[in-house]
Write a protein that binds this ligand. Structure first.
Ligand code: PMP
Length: 298
């Protein structure tokens, strides 16, 4: 199914993909003034839906954006969109924009926030990437400062990440490691980053500029259930280069092994045992839990 065959939810109504449109005066378009979530559907269930909705509301609160639905209504709207589209596997983009206003910056001229829910097919890396690992590089564009656009806000203004992505692609890599202004590792452009060192998992703290990733949280829980230590120290590029294993986590990409960083081979250069075990545990969990889309047959 191509992207455009899906029915898109806009403010309570469904539109066929090609006819799903928003106003040119929407501040989401004019200024990137809005927030979003990327959510996955596995096996007829929406994975970690309430957690995504909670993060969406936290992002909205941080930018003083009033969401026109309650969190429970938002959960229902996402499930309904999946049901209308008969989704069993896929991806959902949930967006709240500031809504239509004037050409000026003033958000008070926007009457009402708009809720948009766009279903799509799954976009994973090719299978070889999961089998062999990804080559990534650190890029010159640093992660947004907390006192500029706080990286914890999942806003529609993703230019910081897009610039980093362009720098990685120009260098022949699919992902970029973004450092913060102090030179510590923050995250990648659309994924959190983990390393494994002597059986311990390490991932940058949120204060280093990492998004509070939901896959990050799930992976930390799964690792602790295995009895593995998980810490959140500040990491430098040296820590990445000398790690035993490295992997990325994100809703769309899931868990992606990293084989090379800045031309250095990580560990054996193959996905390591901790990464492989977590990939297996994550795969099982996503297929077994989540908000059911279709009523259970009696
Ligand atoms: N960092 C950034 C910048 C992201 O956009 C994402 C994807 N939403 C992530 C990390 C991973 O977060 P999650 O596991 O919640 O998808």
């Amino acid at each position: 199914m191509s992207d455009r065959n899906f029915k898109v939810y806009i403010d309570g109504k469904f539109y066929p993909g090609p006819r799903a449109k928003i106003s040119v005066y929407d501040h989401g378009l004019l200024y990137g003034d809005g927030v979003f979530e990327g959510i996955r559907v596995y096996n007829g269930r929406v994975f970690a839906l309430r957690e995504h909705v909670d993060r969406l509301f936290a992002s909205a609160k941080a930018i003083l954006l009033k969401v026109p639905l309650t969190p429970t209504e938002m959960v229902e709207a996402v499930v309904k969109t999946c049901r209308v589209n008969r989704m069993r596997e896929g991806y959902i983009r949930l967006i709240v924009t500031r809504g239509a206003g004037t050409l000026g910056l003033n958000p008070n001229n926007c009457e009402r926030g708009s809720v948009i829910i766009i279903p799509g097919p799954i976009q994973l890396y090719p299978r070889e990437t999961y089998e062999n690992g990804l080559a990534i590089i650190t890029v010159p564009t640093t992660r947004n400062l907390h006192n500029a656009i706080n990286p914890a806000i999942k806003s529609l203004n993703y230019l910081n990440n897009i610039l980093a992505k362009i720098e990685a692609l120009n260098a022949g890599c699919d992902e970029a490691v973004m450092l913060n202004a102090e030179g510590y590792v923050a995250e990648c452009t659309g994924d959190n980053l983990f390393i494994v060192r002597e059986g311990e998992l390490q991932t940058p703290p949120l204060s280093a500029g990492a998004l509070r990733g939901i896959t990050r949280r799930v992976v930390m829980d799964l690792a602790r259930q295995q009895g593995w230590r998980v810490t959140e120290p500040h990491l430098t590029r040296y820590d990445l280069y000398t790690a035993d294993e490295c992997f990325l986590t994100g809703t769309a990409a899931e868990i992606v092994p990293v084989s090379r960083i800045d031309g250095r081979t990580i560990g054996s250069g193959r996905p390591g045992p901790v990464t492989l075990k977590l990939m297996e545990l994550y795969r099982n969990l996503t297929r077994e839990t989540g908000e059911p889309i279709f009523p259970a047959r009696v």
